[in-house]
Design a protein around this ligand. Structure first.
Ligand code: NAP
Length: 328
């Protein structure tokens, strides 16, 4: 395999950012965009340097030239998008949240396994150098035993934004909350012994704000919150028995610098991991590396963690009584 040929599904905002990231990777070929609107697709192809535009997702996944599909459709449609791509024998990198619920994600992974196809959640945070360095420090005991994680992702979205739309699985949790929850679970584990959670559900029947306490057998805990209606507030703070970790910039999905500081305020570690473009290049590199090595799953974003996260999102929504109308 020389250049890896990418096909992008959905000519939206996120696909545009992903296309920009691909543009700086010499081994990535911007091959085709699939859009339900051909005019929009052709414009996208022109803007981002893609060779082809298709007027349907079906045509896109059935192009024999394409090596991998990136799914950038709204969360509600991920399951259909996944089934379409995997049934057409295409490896997939799919935006978060992977699907609306754990049952759909399990089905998609089962299909990928059956067909021996690569399938990875586009959890870009886990692929970034600063995040990986933070996890290396934590696992290596640099700040001792981690006792507490505080993580939040609040942003003020405008009314009418897709996050307010129940019909496409909007709400803060699936779009924003998944980041601080993933970071907390990466650090303390995906199986908390106790979960307490509350949410404020808005008139559109999506969660506006939510707050969760994950408690663990060893006495550690994570306080995690997200919201789409409050002012921007994005942070991660990790406290261990020997020190703490903080980040210079918005949470870890935007962090390019990370520091570990001891209780005597001594610098235990400092790391710079600059983005090469916009940060999405690292997940693309990981997916292409997996394809080149005939791997069907990523070690950086392993399926068992993506599935455990989907189960946790289900648990939180069940606690709040928030079910999407279209869920079976
Ligand atoms: N990783 C990140 O940092 C990040 C950031 C933002 C969003 N996301 C994720 O990326 C995905 C897309 O988000 P976005 O902000 O790019 O959304 P967006 O701008 O609304 O784009 C979504 C695209 O999906 C396609 N689509 C298919 N069915 C649709 C429907 N019923 N309604 C609306 N669009 C539909 C449309 O493409 P066509 O009309 O061309 O077919 C649309 O342009 C979501 O899963 C979101 O969670 C990730």
């Amino acid at each position: 395999m020389n250049q890896i040929k990418w096909g992008l599904m959905g000519a939206g905002r996120m696909s545009g950012w992903f296309a920009e990231a691909l543009s700086i990777l010499p081994d990535a070929n911007r091959n085709a965009i699939g859009s339900r609107d051909f005019t929009k697709g052709k414009q996208f192809a022109k803007t981002y340097g893609f060779q082809k535009a298709y007027a349907s997702y079906e045509e896109l996944v059935n192009d024999p030239e394409i090596d991998i599909i990136y799914i950038g459709t709204p969360v509600r449609h991920h399951y259909d998008s996944l089934m379409l791509a995997l049934n057409a024998e295409k490896p997939v990198l799919c935006e978060k949240a992977l699907t609306v619920n754990g049952a759909q994600a399990r089905e998609a992974y089962a299909l990928a396994r059956k067909k021996n196809l690569f399938f990875m959640e586009a959890m870009w945070m886990k692929c970034q150098p600063a995040y990986r360095k933070m996890m290396e420090w934590i696992r290596g005991g640099l700040i001792g035993d981690v006792m507490s994680v505080e993580a939040r992702f609040h942003t003020k979205s405008m009314n009418g934004h897709r996050l307010f739309c129940h019909e496409i699985a909007g709400g803060a949790l699936l779009d924003l909350g998944i980041y601080p929850l993933t970071a907390a679970c990466d650090i303390l584990g995906y199986r908390p012994s106790e979960i307490t959670s509350r949410a404020a559900i808005g008139k559109e029947n999506v969660d506006y704000t939510n707050s969760t306490l994950l408690s663990y057998e060893n006495g550690s805990f994570a306080s995690v919150a997200s919201g789409l209606a409050l002012e921007k507030m994005i942070s991660l703070f990790v406290v261990g028995t020997k020190g703490r970790i903080c980040t210079s910039k918005e949470f870890f999905f935007q962090a390019q610098h990370v520091e570990a500081i001891g209780y005597d305020d001594a610098l235990l570690g400092s790391f710079d991991g600059p983005f090469l473009k916009n940060g999405y290049e690292f997940e693309a590199m990981e997916a292409m590396d997996c394809l080149r090595h005939q791997k069907t799953q990523s070690d950086l974003v392993p399926p068992d963690e993506s599935l455990a996260m989907m189960d946790l999102l289900d648990t939180l929504r069940a606690k709040w009584g928030l079910k999407y109308d279209f869920e079976i």
